[in-house]
Design a binder for this molecule. Structure first.
Ligand SMILES: *Cc1c(COP(=O)(O)O)cnc(C)c1O
Length: 457
């Protein structure tokens, strides 16, 4: 999983980092912390056994949920940094790691087309980042609802409940995409609309460009949830994705992108940006015991969370040094492979006699159904579930990890009009092709899919 060169670098760097803190040469720990080698080995043995029970997220035949290991460079930087364990709550807690956080946030701002003075920081997840944006939204429009689409992430409802803000759903147009002009105008207008660029289920990119004018005319804030899809902004001008929604990104009031989804980072790395830095006034802060080293705004003064892993910032900084936010190389090249893999699989599914794609993928999530004798929701659902199970249980040469997704009757009617609705939803197969290795794996994935189809027939 980790190439040898990275492990060797880690060993050497651990020694050199130790040398940077003189007076600690013996490396000995207090007797209360001492553990015998036998004990250590015995628990490590157990640990290894338990960790090896996970699904092979790093392999291309894991094509299920949004899961993959971080880049080894991020792993290396994170591991090294967490031996020091800096805390990015304040400069005192992590002087260099806080600077690195500011540097990566500046890179994200430039990448998203946000102004230089925009406010932003890393968070421990996309959910916390969204919570923060919704909280600011509520402070600005205390009496107005938050509008979400039917495809938006389920945690928006949860966080609005926590914040005690009402939620309204933006009706969808004939393609199932949110159209705020269809909101019931006898009701008060929402204060904020959440637009998702890269929905978690189907990977759809909501039409931000068609919503911005409406929002400006009605003084509605726009929060863009691009936790999963955000880095696809890199491909905006490559002709492989629809550029229009992404071109509108600089018009968002707040934006969430998860480096721990498509940014090759270990978990614990989300981010939130606010175009207007004056929202900083909502973070009242008068902690009596931190901050002595700097007059600058501390990250903890513009963040809902207090302690945060400085190692997350260090890992992202390292990754973006090596794989920069560029369309043609670095992270852009990685995403281009994922995008091509999705289009390639879609082509193959269209040609297949055993599967049909549900819709053309907009990013790298591909959904598809097995062709069944009984053309009903229940017939397709049970075959999809059987293929999912057979894939996980197959011998190694045929093993394939997929995921499933339930489509509502309305969605199924739109994309799978030939299916008879004998129950309320239909389960389809879903694959997130979020590793560049998926590109070369598509023909083999198709072979395995067809084999699983035969095995479940
Ligand atoms: C994953 C995701 C979230 C939640 O992010 P976490 O980092 O898992 O908390 C929110 N919105 C969208 C669109 C997502 O895909």
């Amino acid at each position: 999983m980790i190439p040898d060169t990275y492990s060797k670098h880690l060993q050497q760097l651990l020694v050199r980092l130790g040398e940077a803190f003189p007076g600690d040469e013996s490396g000995s720990m207090h007797s209360s912390l001492h553990i015998s080698n036998d004990e250590l080995e015995s628990v490590l043995e157990q640990l290894n056994g338990r960790l090896s029970q996970h699904y092979p997220f790093h392999q291309p035949w894991y094509a299920g949920q949004m899961l993959k290991p971080p880049h080894p460079a991020a792993w290396l930087a994170y591991t090294l940094a967490m031996t020091i364990n800096p805390n990015n709550h304040a400069f005192d807690g992590g002087p260099e790691s806080s600077m690195m956080e500011k540097e990566v946030i500046n890179q994200l701002k430039a990448f998203a087309g946000f102004p230089e003075n925009a406010l932003g920081h890393l968070t421990s997840s996309g959910t916390i980042a969204n919570l923060e944006a919704l909280w600011i939204a509520r402070e600005i429009h205390p009496d107005r609802a938050v509008a979400v689409s039917s495809q938006s992430h389920y945690t928006h409802h949860r966080m609005c409940r926590l914040l005690q803000i009402p939620v309204v759903e933006v009706p969808g147009d004939e393609n199932g995409l949110p159209d705020p002009a269809l909101l019931d105008h006898s009701q008060p207008l929402p204060g904020t609309i959440v637009v998702t660029l890269g929905t978690t289920g189907l990977g759809r990119v909501e039409p931000l460009h068609r919503i911005t004018d409406w929002a400006r005319d009605h003084q509605v804030r726009i929060h863009v949830d691009a936790a999963y899809g955000g880095f696809y902004h890199l491909l905006r001008d490559t002709g492989t994705i629809d550029a229009d929604p992404w071109r509108a990104l600089p018009d968002a009031d707040s934006l969430v992108i998860d480096p721990h989804k498509h940014g090759l980072q270990p978990y614990g790395c989300g981010s939130v940006l606010f175009r207007d830095p004056s929202v900083g006034r909502f973070y009242q802060h008068d902690s009596p015991y931190t901050y002595f080293s700097s007059e600058d705004l501390h990250l903890g003064e513009i963040s809902l969370e207090c302690s945060r892993a400085g190692a997350s910032a260090v890992a992202l900084w390292m990754t973006l040094q090596l794989l920069p936010l560029k369309p043609g190389h670095g992270l852009g090249e990685v995403l281009q492979c994922c995008r091509k893999a999705a289009l390639h699989l879609y082509d193959r599914l269209q040609q297949s006699e055993r599967f049909h794609p549900v819709m053309e993928p907009e990013l790298d999530i591909v959904t598809y159904v097995p062709v069944t004798e009984k053309t009903t929701f229940s017939g397709v659902s049970s075959r999809s579930a059987a293929i999912l199970k057979a894939g996980m249980e197959a011998g190694l040469p045929d093993r394939l990890y997929l995921s499933t997704l339930a489509l509502t009757e309305e969605e199924a009617h739109r994309w799978l009009p030939d299916l008879e609705a004998d129950q309320s939803s239909v389960t389809v197969l879903r694959s997130v092709l979020m590793k560049p290795e998926h590109l070369d794996f598509v023909p083999e994935m198709m072979r395995r899919l067809e084999k699983l189809y035969e095995m479940t027939g």
